[in-house]
Design a protein around this ligand. Structure first.
Ligand code: PLP
Length: 436
């Protein structure tokens, strides 16, 4: 496949944009380097690059594009919003509508506040939890990524680990000291951390289903144990559902029928992003009335945003959720994901390539290893070179995956059986080459 124009544009981008990319996860550093592909057009499940090559897309822009690219309902909503003025700096009725939709789907949120990104949403939940508990430290789980704010960029997942910077430069040690990191799915370690730091812990923050070192389910009892231990310690529970909300069903992990005992796993605060903006910049956080009343203008925890709740993002979010309310939408994504993962596993076996696949409904991760992946350590202990080779062979055959062994494949409402068949054909050939 000829990607000469992408290569030329990458050289030009390097002159002007740091690293040639506006987010490090877009760079090909973790898969052997070189020019990332410059895409020119996207429609449904497909991309066309600047050289005219066509791709089937499983990146879904790292998650938000669950309805496929340029979905007509979302495009119309954005166009109407733009025609009415892109930014008001005043309240609008649209914000109430999306807030209601979120609350109906995620009942632990009595009150919501919109922000501009998942990073902002998470960052603010921590501030609110600190304000509410009057404590400073938080516990997080190794490999979970919660955006790039100082406090949570410690032992973070996909992006930073791919680049080998578990702690970013520029974060004062004094801030990193406010974060305690324990392994995911390990209640004993959490218990020990809570016993040790006790009354210093403002919150336990978790991706309740992990999306940042592959897709990893909480083991039975993990979220119940986490919530009950945090509560008896007087700490809040924060769920980062930036990836998981509206991903597996119309709701979030805390309403996911695949988990037992939902009453026992309700968080105090939830951070959202990605899908709820239908592809435009957005974040949101919410929680119980009592906790959210800490936020300005009602309470002492300050948080603000010029662009927050802008009509285009909110309209795109509403439109996206409306599409997801359609009959059988999630079942169809799951059906295609099952077909795809069954085929991938069969090809991997045929060619003798060890592969563990973690699938949760329409999203999954492929790990080049022969052991289960239930925590970050196990996700790290996988064959990076085999992944890099697989990624490149797939790209050359027109399949667009994230350039990181930790990122998920996302099915969208736009993928078809034809896309899956073509992907499996490319994967079989790619895995044959990986095995050589
Ligand atoms: N939280 C999780 C679980 C994420 O996966 C991400 C981004 O990938 C974020 C927070 C940060 O969101 P954003 O990139 O919108 O700032």
């Amino acid at each position: 496949m000829n990607r000469k124009k992408s290569e030329t544009l990458y050289q030009e981008a390097l002159e002007h944009i740091v690293g040639g990319v506006n987010s490090p996860s877009r760079s090909f550093k973790a898969v052997g380097g070189g020019a990332p592909v410059f895409m020119e057009k996207a429609q449904g499940a497909h991309f066309w690059d600047v050289d005219g090559n066509k791709y089937i897309d499983y990146l879904a822009a790292y998650g938000p594009i669950i309805t496929g690219h340029a979905h007509p309902h979302i495009i119309q909503a954005i166009a109407e919003a733009a025609a009415n003025g892109v930014l008001y700096g005043t309240p609008t009725t649209l914000e109430i509508k999306l807030a209601r939709m979120l609350k109906e789907a995620i009942p632990s949120m009595d009150k919501v506040r919109f922000v501009n990104s998942g990073t902002e949403a998470v960052m603010t939940t921590i501030r609110v939890a600190r304000a509410y508990t009057k404590r400073n430290k938080i516990i997080k789980f190794a490999g979970c990524y919660h955006g790039h704010s100082d406090l949570v960029l410690v032992a973070a997942g996909s992006g930073p680990s791919t680049l080998g910077i578990p702690d970013s430069a520029g974060i004062p040690v004094s801030i990193a000291k406010e974060v305690i990191t324990v392994p995911f799915n390990d209640l004993d370690s959490l218990r020990q951390a809570l016993e040790h730091w006790g009354e210093d812990i403002a919150a336990v923050m978790v991706e309740p289903i992990v999306g940042n070192f592959g897709m990893v389910m909480p083991q039975p009892g993990f979220l119940e144990g986490l919530c009950s231990m945090a509560r008896s310690n007087g700490s809040l529970v924060i769920y980062d559902e930036v990836i998981t909300a509206f991903r597996f069903h119309y709701g979030s992990t805390q309403t996911y029928a695949g988990l037992d005992n939902l009453d026992a796993i309700q968080p105090d605060l939830t951070a959202l992003g990605k899908i709820i903006g239908g592809g435009l910049p957005i974040g949101a956080y919410g929680g119980s009335k009592q906790v959210m009343e800490q936020v300005a203008p009602l309470g002492p925890a300050y948080q603000a945003g010029t662009m927050a709740g802008n009509p285009a993002s909110i309209s795109a979010g509403i439109a996206c959720l409306e599409v997801l309310q359609g009959e059988g939408v999630y079942e169809e994504m799951e059906r295609l994901a099952v077909k795809l993962t069954d085929g991938l596993q069969a090809s991997a076996e045929r060619h003798g390539v060890p592969m563990t696949i973690n699938r949760i409904r329409g999203a999954f991760s492929t790990h080049f290893c022969d052991h289960p992946v239930t925590n970050y350590e196990e996700a790290q202990d996988t064959d990076s070179e085999a992944f890099a080779a697989f990624f490149r062979h797939m790209l050359d055959r027109g399949i667009n995956l994230a350039p990181s062994k930790y990122e998920a494949w996302f099915l969208t409402t736009a993928h078809t059986d034809g896309d899956i068949d073509a992907t499996l054909e490319a994967a079989d050939e790619s895995l044959r080459l990986v095995a050589q």
